[in-house]
Write a protein that binds this ligand. Structure first.
Ligand SMILES: Nc1nc2c(ncn2[C@@H]2O[C@H](COP(=O)(O)OP(=O)(O)OP(=O)(O)O)[C@@H](O)[C@H]2O)c(=O)[nH]1
Ligand SMILES: [Mg+2]
Length: 667
C-alpha cells in the first residue's frame, strides 16, 4: 500500500432503503477503481459485496463490509477510498449502526422511481444523530416511472435547501454542474458556488466583491460546507451503466471530509487527540467469524498508529491483547498492512477477549469511546430442535448470534424453552439458515410460551391431615396454613405455631412443603410469587410423624389455602413505544386496544406519532411483523419489560383450560 496521508483518506458508508442500489453502486465504484475485472452485480450473484451464500440467495445485503481501494484524483493526489456497504433491510439496521462508527461520511441512496423510503429516513436520522456529513446519490433514473426532477424536489423538501445538486443528468448522462453554462438547470451552478463561498470567510469576501472563484477555491469551499453540514451534495449515478461513477469518485475525493476533519470525543465527552502522533486508540465497530481466519475484529483507528506486534489494552474489559498481523479488506480480499493510522479501517484477527463496542488503546493511555446504542430485540421465537440435538443446537445458535448484538438467545428457566430474539422475521430466518449452514442442524420456530406467575389477592386458609396408619409404620401429620399477599414484606414464611402442636424439628419440613407447592403452582402449575404463608396450627404423632409426612401435609394445606385466597394469574407486561406516520394512528390504536394495550401517551417526534403503551407480552411476540404489515413497513416499535400484571379472569380461564388440556393429553 502506498503511504497515503491521513488527510487523503475518505471513509464513507452507503445507506438507504433496501433495493435503492447501494450494493450496485458499490460494485460500480469498485469496478471503476480497478478492484474487479468485471462489473459485479448483486442481482446476478456476481457482486464483490453481496458475496456470502446468504446474501447471494437473498439478493440483499446482510452484513456491513468495508472495501478499501486507492484512487488517483484528477490533480494527481493519491487518495485512499474506504467504502462500507450496509444492508437496507430494517432487520439488519444494527449493521448500519456499526458502520456509522467506522466512517466520516455517508452516501444516502434514493431511488428515482420509489423516492425517499422508510429505510432511507431511518438511516438519515441515524446520520444526523452521529453528525455525519453526507451526500445523496440518486439512483434508478433509468427505471420505469423514474423522475429525477421530482426526486430532487422531494429530497429538497424533506431534507432541506442544503441539498444542492453537484451532478445533474443532461440527456440521461450525469454532468458536473460546475461544467454547465451559467444559466442552465435553473441556475444550479450559481447556487453551488454560493454554497462554496458561504462556508469560508475569505471566499465570501471575494465572491461578494464580484471576483470569480478558482476551481480549487470552489472545491475548498464545498468541502468546508459538506463538513459543516450546510451542503449536502446531490449526485446522480447509473450504476448498472457505469454512468456518473467517475464524477462521484472525484466528488468524494474532492469534497468529502478526511478523518482528521472531525473532532473525536470519548465516552465522557472529552476531546481525543486524533492525529497520527497521538497515542493509539481504535473502536471495534464489528466482529465477524471467518471460517478460515477465525474471529476478526473490525477496527476503526481513531487516533495514533497501530503496528504489527503491538500490545494494546482493551479498555472496557481491562485486558491486554496482542495484535499480530492485520489487514485492510476489500470484501473477501485481504491486504496485510504493517501499520494503520487514524482513519484507517482494518481487520484484526485472533483477539481473544475483544467484542463489538470495545475500545482498544495504547497501554498506559486508556481511552474509552462511547458504545453503539443498539435497539432491544422486538421479535421472539422459541426454538424447536430435533430430539437429541438440543445441546448441539444450543451451542450452534450461540455461535451464530455471537457477532450480532441485536440477536439474543435465552433459556427461560421457567418454560425451559430456548428463545431467540431479533429485529424481525428476516433476522430470525437468517439464524435458522446459518444454524443449518454452519452446523448442519435443522431447527423450527414456534411462538414462545408465556412465563405466567400465580399469586393471591386475599387472605385464605387451608388445612390438611396426612394420615396412613393401617399396617406397618404409619404416616401422620396435620397442618393449618394461612396465605395472604406478601406486599412489601420480605419474609414469606412465618412460623406461628404455639404450644408445640407441631414440634420444632418438623417446622423446616413444613417450610419445604410450602416452597415446593409454590414452585408447582396452585392454579395452573405456574410458580406462585408474592405470597406470605403462615403455619399456625396442627398436630403430630409420637411414632408416625416424619419430615416427609409434614412436607406433604404442608403442601396440600397450602393448595387449599391458596384456592380460598382469590388466586390470580400474572403475566409479563411490556412497555412499548410505537412510531408511525399520522395516517395510521386510528388503525394502530384499534389494534393496540385489541391486544389489551393501555395507551399511556402520544407525542410527535420527527414528524412521526409516538405512542407509548403497556401491552401484555403474549400479544407482542409477533407484533413486529404485524405492525409492519399494517403500516406498509413505515411503523416501528421498541419495547422493554415493565412488570407482571393480573390476567383478566376471562383470559385466565382460557389459559388454565389450555394447561389442563395439555395435562390430560400427557396423562
Ligand atoms: N434499473 C436500475 N436498476 C437498479 C439500479 N440500481 C440498482 N438496481 C437494481 O435494483 C436491485 C437492488 O439493487 P441493490 O444494489 O442490491 O440494492 P441495495 O440497496 O444494495 O439493497 P439491500 O442490500 O437490500 O439494502 C438489483 O436488482 C439492481 O440490479 C439502477 O440505477 N437502475
Ligand atoms: Mg445491498
Amino acid at each position: 500500500m502506498k503511504d497515503i496521508a491521513v488527510g487523503d483518506v475518505r471513509n464513507f458508508m452507503l445507506v438507504g432503503h433496501s433495493g435503492s442500489g447501494k450494493t450496485s453502486l458499490c460494485d460500480a465504484l469498485l469496478f471503476k477503481l480497478g478492484m474487479n475485472d468485471r462489473l459485479g452485480s448483486p442481482a446476478s450473484g456476481t457482486s464483490l459485496c453481496d458475496a456470502t451464500e446468504e446474501e447471494i440467495s437473498r439478493k440483499a445485503t446482510i452484513y456491513a463490509k468495508s472495501f478499501a481501494a486507492p484512487y488517483k484524483r484528477k490533480d494527481g493526489a493519491d487518495i485512499q477510498m474506504v467504502m462500507l456497504d450496509t444492508p437496507g433491510t430494517v432487520d439488519f439496521f444494527g449493521q448500519v449502526r456499526c458502520a456509522g462508527r467506522a466512517v466520516d461520511a455517508a452516501l444516502v441512496t434514493v431511488d428515482a422511481a420509489a423516492g425517499i423510503q422508510v429505510g432511507t429516513r431511518a438511516a438519515w436520522r441515524y446520520c444526523e444523530e452521529l453528525g455525519l456529513p453526507r451526500a445523496v446519490v440518486v439512483t434508478g433514473v433509468d427505471r420505469e416511472g423514474a423522475d429525477f426532477d421530482r426526486t430532487l424536489a422531494e429530497i429538497q423538501s424533506v431534507w432541506g435547501a442544503a441539498c444542492v445538486p453537484v451532478v445533474l443528468p443532461v440527456d440521461g448522462k450525469p454532468v458536473w454542474v460546475l461544467d454547465l453554462p451559467e444559466d442552465a438547470a435553473g441556475g444550479a451552478r450559481g447556487a453551488l458556488i454560493e454554497k462554496a463561498a458561504e462556508s469560508d470567510d475569505a471566499l465570501i469576501e471575494k465572491f461578494i466583491g464580484g471576483e470569480s472563484l478558482t476551481a480549487d477555491e470552489i472545491a475548498r469551499g464545498l468541502r468546508g460546507a459538506v463538513l459543516a453540514g450546510s451542503l449536502i451534495p446531490v449526485f446522480v449515478v447509473l450504476p448498472l451503466q457505469q454512468e456518473g461513477v467517475g464524477e462521484l469518485l472525484e466528488g468524494i475525493a474532492r469534497i468529502f471530509p478526511a478523518p482528521t476533519d472531525r473532532p473525536v470525543k470519548d465516552a465522557a465527552g472529552e476531546l481525543v487527540a486524533a492525529g497520527p502522533e497521538a497515542p493509539f486508540s481504535g473502536f471495534v465497530w464489528r466482529t465477524q467469524t471467518d471460517p478460515y481466519a477465525g474471529k476478526l475484529a473490525q477496527v476503526r483507528v481513531v487516533s495514533g498508529v497501530l503496528r504489527e506486534g503491538m500490545e494494546v489494552l482493551n479498555a472496557a474489559r481491562g485486558v491486554k491483547e496482542s495484535v499480530g498481523t492485520f489487514f485492510t479488506t476489500c470484501g473477501k480480499k485481504q491486504l496485510p498492512v504493517l501499520e494503520a493510522r487514524a482513519g484507517d479501517v482494518i481487520a484484526v484477527p485472533k483477539l481473544k477477549n475483544t467484542h463489538v463496542n470495545d475500545t482498544l488503546c495504547a497501554t498506559g493511555h486508556k481511552i474509552e469511546l462511547a458504545p453503539i446504542a443498539f435497539s432491544n430485540p422486538v421479535m421472539f421465537s422459541a426454538v424447536i430442535a430435533k430430539e437429541g440435538e438440543e445441546d448441539k443446537v444450543g451451542v450452534m445458535v450461540g455461535r451464530v448470534i455471537e457477532d450480532d448484538p441485536t440477536l439474543k438467545v435465552e433459556r427461560n428457566p421457567q418454560t425451559h424453552e430456548m428463545v431467540i430474539s431479533g429485529m424481525g422475521d428476516a433476522h430470525l430466518e437468517l439464524v435458522r439458515d446459518l444454524v443449518k449452514k454452519r452446523g448442519n442442524l435443522g431447527i423450527d420456530y414456534k411462538v414462545p410460551k408465556v412465563p405466567y406467575h400465580e399469586t393471591v389477592t386475599a387472605k385464605g386458609e387451608g388445612h390438611y391431615k396426612h394420615k396412613k396408619q393401617s399396617g406397618g409404620r404409619g404416616q401422620y401429620a396435620e397442618v393449618y396454613a394461612k396465605v395472604e399477599p406478601l406486599g412489601d414484606e420480605t419474609e414469606w414464611f412465618v412460623d406461628a405455631v404455639v404450644g408445640g402442636v407441631i414440634p420444632r424439628n418438623f417446622i423446616p419440613a413444613c417450610e419445604k412443603g410450602f416452597a415446593e407447592a409454590m414452585h408447582n403452582g396452585g392454579l395452573a402449575g405456574y410458580p406462585v410469587v408474592n405470597v406470605k404463608v403462615t403455619v399456625y396450627d396442627g398436630s403430630y404423632h409420637d411414632v408416625d410423624s416424619s419430615e416427609i409426612a409434614f412436607k406433604i401435609a404442608a403442601s396440600r394445606s397450602f393448595r387449599e389455602a391458596m384456592n380460598s385466597a382469590k388466586p390470580v394469574l400474572l403475566e409479563p407486561v411490556m412497555n412499548i413505544k410505537v412510531m408511525v406516520p399520522d395516517q395510521y394512528m386510528g388503525d394502530i390504536n384499534g389494534d393496540l386496544n385489541h391486544r389489551r394495550g393501555r395507551i399511556l401517551g402520544v407525542e410527535v417526534q420527527d414528524g412521526m406519532q409516538v405512542i407509548t403503551a403497556d401491552v401484555p407480552q403474549v400479544e407482542l411476540f409477533r407484533y413486529c411483523s404485524e405492525l409492519r404489515s399494517i403500516t406498509g413497513g413505515r411503523g416501528s416499535f421498541e419495547m422493554e419489560f415493565a412488570r407482571y400484571d393480573i390476567v383478566p379472569s376471562n383470559i385466565a380461564q382460557k389459559v388454565i383450560a389450555e394447561v389442563e388440556k395439555v395435562k390430560e393429553e400427557e396423562d
